[in-house]
Design a protein around this ligand. Structure first.
Ligand code: FES
Length: 318
């Protein structure tokens, strides 16, 4: 369940690149929308009942609309297909208030922005904000080809065009080792993109000596995490003194929902952090991409939408 929903209208639906459409969302009452900061996303409630997170890519100083862009995912579980095929200009949608799990750090000498594919959306908003405050930054935008590069003309015509390098896999792919060659305490790295891109940037940044506290990233989707050897386990709800069995075929949130215990969810992929739940005893098997490795190692919270248990029982603060 999500509270504080905004009613918006799709003022424009655009084609931004091959398989990428853009939506411009405005308030139904014509009023300014709530303010957002670079890196924010909104949960969009789609006509088929699914809820998906999309980053807002316009300039955070703009209040008249939120602009989002959606890649048609060949392996769509229904979200991106619904945006591409069901949502039309003029439609009314419900969205959450903007939330930022990927903010820019304050007062940094230099920001290095890297995006892969549709991961451009939060990164573009960051570039717009940094440019507006005349902060020093450099942006690298990697895509498969020019035709698949959303906002190409818009970026080329922007005030920060000369701070952006485009890299296309079919022409000149990015040399990550060179781009990430100069870590320094007053430089911060931000990146977003598909899993292969994220893994490559993360690994190269580590090899090049970037300090973890200077590295910020956001996954926009997660690979399916179900595994053939998933087993059943029990969750003990400490506050209500109930025990719920989680079968191999269900997530913790699904099993709890069947037992009448609702946990707020959004992405259901371990990406957004909405379902974060405290663990009082037992050892979770973390499958999310929201918690850092250090946070996962503490085993005092987990993401019940995707994570499971290594121990026979997990005691939850529910
Ligand atoms: Fe997004 Fe669980 S619902 S992390």
């Amino acid at each position: 369940m999500t509270t504080n929903l905004l009613e918006v209208r799709v003022a424009r639906k655009t084609v931004e690149a091959v398989d990428i459409c853009g939506l411009e969302l405005v308030a139904c009452d014509g009023q300014p929308l709530p303010a957002f900061t670079a890196g924010s996303h909104v949960d969009v409630h789609l006509p088929n009942g699914l809820v998906r997170q999309y980053s807002i890519h316009n300039d955070p100083s703009e209040r008249h609309c939120y602009r989002i862009a959606v890649l048609l995912d060949a392996a769509s579980r229904g979200g991106s297909r619904a945006v591409h095929e069901m949502v039309q200009q003029g439609d009314l949608l419900r969205i959450s208030m903007p939330r930022n799990l990927f903010p820019l750090a304050a007062n940094i000498r230099h920001s290095l922005l890297l995006s892969g594919g549709i991961g451009i959306t939060p990164i573009l908003s960051m570039a717009r904000q940094l440019s507006a405050i005349q902060a020093d930054f450099e942006m690298h935008y990697c895509t498969r080809s020019r035709e698949r590069t959303a906002f190409l003309a818009e970026i080329q015509a922007s005030a920060f065009a000369n701070q952006v390098r485009f890299h296309h896999d079919d022409a000149q792919a990015i040399d990550l080792a060179a781009v990430l060659a100069e870590p320094s305490p007053d430089r911060h790295l931000y990146f977003c993109g598909p899993k292969g891109f994220m893994d490559a940037v993360q690994k190269t940044a580590e090899l090049q000596g970037w300090a973890p506290e200077n590295v910020h990233f956001e996954f926009f989707s997660a690979a399916p995490v179900k595994q053939a050897d998933d087993g059943a386990f029990d969750v003990h709800l400490a506050r209500s003194c109930r025990v719920v069995r989680v079968p191999a075929t269900q997530s913790v949130t699904q099993a709890l929902a069947e037992a009448g215990v609702m946990i707020e969810t959004s992405c259901e992929q371990g990406v957004c952090g909405t379902c974060l739940t405290r663990v009082l005893e037992g050892e979770p098997e973390h499958r999310d991409m929201f918690l850092s490795p250090g946070e996962q190692a503490r085993n005092d919270c987990f993401m019940p939408c995707c994570s499971r248990a290594r121990s026979a029982t997990l005691v939850l603060d529910l």
